[in-house]
Write a protein of this length. Structure first.
Length: 539
């Protein structure tokens, strides 16, 4: 008796040679709609699905395979005589091979300005149902969801005379992974669309607590979906295995979406640092900025009127730490800048573009990773931050808190000058991305000292202030530094130390029970201080 293959695919890559091989194995091919037409046009004999179900495809193709003659043929356990007898009594022939891939829902929602109704029509119903039926019954039939598996299936059949049980189990496992991911993409899309619809619903318009309650109900269970982009050579250390996964939303401002133009493959640490560099660069969208990263902390940040000026400010912020670091510029790299970069040992350079001459110069360093990243928009930057734990994970809103001029409060007698306010805002944007406890000392849109990750705030302040004091390669007003702190001062010790290093203005969240002591110390030493009312802990 001939074996039967049911084929219904949206992706027709490699389909014809696969079907021709099936014919040599004495398979009959059953197919639906567009797939049937495609095979017939290419002289592949096909049985229409309606000839099996004795029922027409209806509702514009929404219903065609949701029929007992299909699912009984897929789910029949051939080791159970009653199952076999039931199919015989109903004149149902079982299916030996199912090939299905699903409507391109993800590709549809990634199109610009896609309409909600168009997205809904790309939710596949019959495909996942058939895949799950076949995968459950993998002992008795073979199921394929990915065209990349056609060759191995054919080779397995040629070698064994039948499809081997181990291969069928592998393919069934891949089916459930695929349908789980497919459903998660749909669920997350609908969740986002639902949240937006609630905001516009007049019933909820003046009831923010109700909107928040409904949003919270959509977080249980948490559904995540990532696709593996590549395996990495190793993780943080050589004895750790690692892989890079990409989300299903389109995020151009991302290391994952970057185009590598040159160099060795990225390591785990490279990716972490490159991501940190892009996060800081995104804070200065609209400015020309250059960011230097070492061990996930900024070792230098500079904003300039030109990319050259931004680079010079970044580089001379800390010429020692940038050795072996990561650099991100949000402007095109030209020949002049490339020559300067070539003389520094860098692991990765990220930019939106490189001139041909610049690329030629940088490619002289064979191991230097050169990444082209779309920095024209910050759209697509993740709204949530996820951290793995032993036995679970933490999720929070991404820290997108920005300074509002109206919320800045000067709490000292001395008012900051317009230049100091600009520098304080600059330092505040940087300190947000420094590991807590965090202190940044700056001037003229340039970091001069960064104190990161110390167990006490005075320790971070000491590191940052000493670095600024010892920097002899930058000409700046050593009597007018500004200082930013990611969290409040529990004591007045940071202010007292800042006075000794000629800090003229400070920005910090405020909120300590001893704020008055820090304010008094600032007043005693003629230091201006702004409260933001916003903390930027980073762990």
């Amino acid at each position: 008796m001939k074996k039967r293959a049911l084929i219904s695919v949206s992706d027709k890559v490699h389909l014809l040679p696969f079907c021709k091989q099936l014919l040599t194995f004495d398979f009959e091919i059953i197919s639906t709609g567009g797939t049937k037409k495609y095979l017939e046009e290419n002289q592949i004999p096909v049985i229409g699905i309606s000839d099996i179900t004795h029922f027409p495809e209806i509702l514009d193709g929404r219903v065609k395979t949701l029929h007992p003659h299909i699912h009984a043929a897929l789910l029949c356990n051939r080791d159970i005589p009653e199952h076999v007898a039931t199919l015989a009594s109903l004149h149902i022939e079982w299916i030996d091979l199912l090939v299905v891939n699903l409507y391109p829902f993800q590709a549809t929602i990634q199109k610009p300005n896609v309409q909600f109704e168009d997205a809904i029509e790309q939710i596949d119903i019959g495909g996942p149902a058939m895949l799950r039926s076949a995968a459950k019954n993998f002992k008795h039939l073979t199921v394929i969801v990915n065209p990349e598996d056609y060759d191995v299936v054919i080779e397995d059949r040629k070698k064994n005379g039948e499809f081997s049980l181990s291969l069928k189990q592998l393919l069934a496992t891949k089916v459930f992974l695929h349908t789980a991911q497919y459903d998660s993409i749909i669920a997350n899309y609908l969740k986002e669309q639902t949240e937006n619809a609630l905001q516009q619903n007049p019933v909820f318009s003046n009831r923010p607590k109700d909107i928040e309650r409904v949003k919270q109900s959509l977080t249980t269970p948490l559904v995540l979906s990532y696709s593996k982009k590549s395996d990495l050579r190793y993780g943080e250390n050589p004895h750790q295995q690692a892989s890079l996964f990409m989300g299903n939303a389109s995020s151009p401002y991302s290391v994952v979406s970057a185009k590598q133009l040159h160099g060795k493959e990225l390591s785990y640490n490279n990716i972490q640092d490159a991501n940190a560099a892009l996060q800081i660069a995104s804070e200065f969208h609209g400015d020309i900025v250059c960011v230097g990263i070492k061990h996930a902390n900024p070792c230098g940040v500079g904003v300039g009127k030109t990319v050259w000026e931004a680079w010079m400010k970044m580089f001379y912020s800390d010429t020692i730490s940038i050795f072996g670091g990561i650099v991100a510029c949000n402007q095109s790299i030209d020949e002049t800048l490339a020559n300067a970069m070539k003389d520094v040992f860098l692991e990765v350079i990220l930019a939106p573009d490189f001139s041909p001459a610049a690329l030629t110069i940088l490619q002289e360093k064979k191991n230097l990773r050169i990444l082209q990243v779309n920095m024209t928009t910050t759209a697509g930057i993740d709204h949530k931050q996820i951290v793995s734990l032993n036995g679970g994970l933490l999720m929070q809103d991404a820290d997108k808190g920005m300074l509002d001029q109206c919320t800045l409060e000067c709490v000292t007698k001395k008012q900051p000058t317009p230049q100091q306010i600009d520098d304080l805002k600059f330092a505040w944007k940087v300190v947000k991305h420094v590991k807590s406890n965090a202190i940044v000392v700056a001037q003229n849109s340039q970091t001069l000292g960064v104190g990161a990750g110390q167990m006490n705030r005075i320790g971070s302040a000491k590191i940052a202030l000493e670095q600024a004091k010892n920097n002899t390669q930058i000409q700046y007003d050593k009597q007018a530094l500004v200082l930013a702190s990611d969290a409040f001062f529990p004591f007045d010790d940071v202010v007292q130390m800042a006075k000794d290093y000629h800090v003229s203005a400070i920005i910090q969240p405020g909120g300590s029970i001893k704020d008055a002591a820090s304010i008094k110390a600032c007043d005693d030493h003629q230091i201006a201080m702004l409260f933001t009312g916003m903390r930027h802990f980073k762990h």
